[in-house]
Design a protein around this ligand. Structure first.
Ligand code: SF4
Ligand code: SF4
Length: 225
């Protein structure tokens, strides 16, 4: 999931300065789990904006499990509010940057409208866990190393992102040089490989990063050839 926190209201109001009629769009996926843009937060944001003198034309809150970043679902939902979107001065997206840009694309390409769209959320990377505590688990590096590292990601667990660790700073008690409250990622990897009987994998050296896989934006096509 995309970990995220809601932006402070004052920052959102700065974006919306001079805009009177607003459409809010939330998300039934990650934004619902992280309580940034679910049905409750969309309703609360509408109330807060109305209190600050805005006119909320539509507060669009997809039901739980309906992801705003999935364009076919978003297109259907936005079509049901097309009139309000045509009439509004700005759209406030209570979802991650994926969702915001999917909304922008639908409004521009399918509705033929140029509308300002602003983020109400700060996304913080892919996270797993819950229901209360979430932690970054993967940076989507494009060349997953978990098969070599006992299922522990060195890019997210190690502050230096060292792929052939540990660094020279690991503490005698196995804690990280950078953060003494945290176990060194490579000590954890070593211990787990040992428990799995796969210690020889510590000797396998990760080669240089293949940056050709990191051209931006990365794309995946599911269309048949
Ligand atoms: S190595 Fe880490 S960052 Fe890369 S894909 Fe695997 S889990 Fe994600
Ligand atoms: S001590 Fe371990 S986790 Fe910390 S920076 Fe060095 S290799 Fe990474």
């Amino acid at each position: 999931m995309i970990g995220q926190v809601q932006k402070p209201l004052e920052e959102i109001l700065e974006y919306l300065e001079g805009k009177e009629k607003i459409v809010i769009v939330g998300c039934g996926g990650c934004a619902t789990v992280f309580q940034t843009g679910g049905e409750e937060q969309v309703r609360e944001m509408a109330e807060r904006l109305e209190e600050r003198g805005k006119k909320v034309l539509a507060a669009i809150a997809p039901p739980f499990k309906e992801f705003t970043c999935y364009a076919p679902w978003s297109a259907e939902r936005l079509k049901a509010h097309r009139r309000q979107i045509e009439e509004c001065d700005a759209i406030l997206a209570l979802c991650c940057g994926d969702g915001l840009q999917v909304i922008r694309g639908i409004v521009e390409k399918e509705f033929g409208l140029q509308k300002p769209i602003y983020p109400g959320v700060n996304p913080m990377g892919h996270m797993g866990g819950g229901p209360d505590l979430f932690e970054e688990k993967c940076q989507q590096c494009g060349e997953c190393e978990l098969g070599r590292t006992a299922g522990i990601c060195p890019l997210t667990q190690c502050p230096k992102g060292i792929l052939n660790g540990p660094c020279g700073g690991v503490r005698p008690d196995g804690k990280c040089e950078v953060n003494p409250d945290q176990d060194c990622a490579w000590v954890m990897i070593y211990n787990r490989l040992k428990a799995l009987g796969e210690l020889e994998k510590m000797r396998r050296i990760a080669g240089p990063k293949d940056w050709s896989k990191m051209t931006r934006p990365r794309r995946i096509s599911l269309a048949a050839d």
